[in-house]
Design a protein around this ligand. Structure first.
Ligand code: KIV
Ligand code: ZN
Length: 505
């Protein structure tokens, strides 16, 4: 029976970098490799060195610097490829050459134009040649899940006989179903006589969204190395996501009883780093590392979480490196979460005040996706504490249009004095905000802007809610008008008045 330790083979820098649109510099790859080492992955597939000079240099730099994981490079069963991988990884403490050759009928006939016997000979040659250079050789029969089973068993047996320490079974085109892929792994273990001499690995693509499910099915059937990528990056729809596999195995230890060396607290950081350096954003609802993975909005859920976190959370945010659970206040939130947020913000309101502010909050939440803390402060200050209007807008004139540079003139009253300032800007709203900055002498930085029509039709009332940073504080402001530029200016001035109140001026 296979032992119960899983080898995590990360291929973010090889298959992951094959994601359309993802291209990494050597510096970026090194940064990711360092984080993969922090994460304690067992193997880093650092690249496909023969594919470009840049890839070669990156693999070489990683092999030289990164200690801990095995450093692996990919090669076809071609002398030049294998020699190039060897030159790139030889400085590593633990170098590996990963050779692959397609074995499915469709690949052999149309891509390689070779018969089974030739493929078998070439696979054996590739493994033996790589083995003459390094001890740690991995072999992958590409498109294994669409390969004739009897032929696959023969190729796997021959590759092990030739010296492969790891045999990797790829579902190259993400075609397999979990039960089918699990049976394939079981079949290999039952039909390849020397299978116990190697580590059986899997590499699942995500074309049908089953990369993780197939990898898990393989683990349940005796695979002990799993190839995966951070954020599930990879060719086409990507590879199985490392963070999802790792957290599934850890969370459901009761089912798998498998161990890993991964420091899961580094997962979020790894995900953010890969996203930043590849420029591929993580979808908000991505399991484990998405922005919403630990956010709750529905009132019933928030109420449950506040009573006991585990009612709606199966993972601890800190276990994956996320600071805390986030209760997002929005239109589905309930009074319990709202009252808790008021307390957190330092407001000690009586029942009547809570009721009034909660009603205001619900009205705002209907117009806005997420209600921020600053919005709640604004609601309390408007309806309970009543912020005095320090700056009053006497008039506003804006001119913009095709081919002219937008400009605005504002006239503000402050302490019975009038200040009139004109400014240009990138757009009419920007021009207004700059003119207001000039008139108040307070420079604000716009952090967030949302515009909603309150009523329907051409004369709809526009409601603008903004967040501004000024004098080291973040404040929210709101304004409405049938003219959206005026609504924007009112919201900005409202934020400045709120700032004055905060500063006690
Ligand atoms: O998807 C695949 O088959 C591969 C192999 C090179 C392992 O990436
Ligand atoms: Zn692949």
């Amino acid at each position: 029976m296979a032992n119960n330790k899983i080898i995590i083979f990360d291929t973010t820098l090889r298959d992951g970098e094959q994601s359309p649109g993802a291209s990494l510099t050597t510096k970026g790859k090194l940064e990711i490799a360092r984080q993969l080492a922090n994460l304690k992955v067992d193997v880093i597939e650092a690249g496909f060195p023969v594919s470009s000079k840049g890839d070669f240099e990156a693999v070489k730099a990683i092999a030289k610097e990164i200690k801990g994981p095995v450093i692996c490079g990919l090669a076809r069963c071609v002398k030049k490829d294998i020699d190039t991988v060897y030159r790139a990884v030889k400085a590593a403490h633990k170098p590996r050459i990963h050779v692959f050759l397609a074995t499915s009928k469709i690949h052999m006939k149309y891509k390689l134009k070779k018969a089974e016997d030739e493929i078998l000979r070439l696979a054996v040659w590739g493994v033996k040649y790589a083995k003459s250079l390094v001890d740690d050789v991995e072999f992958s029969p590409e498109d294994a899940s669409r390969t004739d089973k009897e032929f696959l068993y023969r190729v796997v047996e021959a590759a092990i006989e030739a010296g492969a320490k790891t045999v990797n079974i790829p579902d190259t085109v993400g075609y397999a179903m979990p039960s089918e892929f699990g049976s394939l792994i079981k079949g290999i273990r039952e039909n390849v006589p020397n299978i116990d001499k190697c580590v059986l690995s899997v590499h699942c693509h995500n074309d049908l969204g089953l990369g993780v499910a197939n990898s898990i099915a393989a683990l349940q059937n005796g695979a002990r190395q799993v190839e995966c990528t951070i954020n599930g990056l990879g060719e086409r729809a990507g590879n199985a996501s490392l963070e999802e596999i790792v957290m599934a195995v850890k969370t459901r230890k009761d089912i798998f009883n498998l161990g890993m060396g991964i420091r899961t607290q580094e997962l979020y950081k790894a995900s953010q780093l890969v996203s930043r350096l590849t420029g591929i954003i993580v979808q908000p609802n991505k399991a484990i590392v998405g922005a919403n993975a630990f956010s709750h909005e529905a009132g019933i859920h928030q109420d449950g979480i506040l009573k006991r976190r585990t009612t709606y959370e199966i993972l601890k945010p800190l276990d994956v490196g996320v600071k805390k659970t986030r209760l997002v206040l929005g239109k589905h939130s309930g009074r319990h979460a709202f009252r808790e947020r008021l307390k957190k913000l330092g407001f000690d309101l009586n029942e009547k005040e809570v009721k009034r502010t909660f009603e205001e909050f619900k009205l705002l939440a209907d117009k806005k996706k997420e209600v921020f803390d600053e919005d709640i402060i604004a609601i309390v200050e408007d309806s309970v504490r009543t912020v005095k209007e320090r700056y009053h807008m006497e008039s506003l004139q804006v001119s913009s249009g095709t081919g002219i540079s937008p400009s605005a003139t504002v006239k503000l009253r402050f302490n019975n004095k009038i200040a009139e300032v004109s400014s240009t800007g990138d757009g009419p709203v920007d021009a207004c905000y700059k003119a207001i900055d000039g008139a108040t002498g307070i420079k604000g930085k716009l952090l967030d802007y949302s515009l909603r029509a309150i009523t329907g039709g051409k004369d709809a009332l526009g409601n603008v809610t903004i967040r501004v940073k000024a004098k080291g504080k973040v404040i929210s402001g709101r304004g409405s008008s049938t003219d959206i530029i005026e609504a924007s200016a009112k919201a900005y001035l409202n934020a400045i008045n709120r700032l004055m109140y905060k500063l006690g001026r």
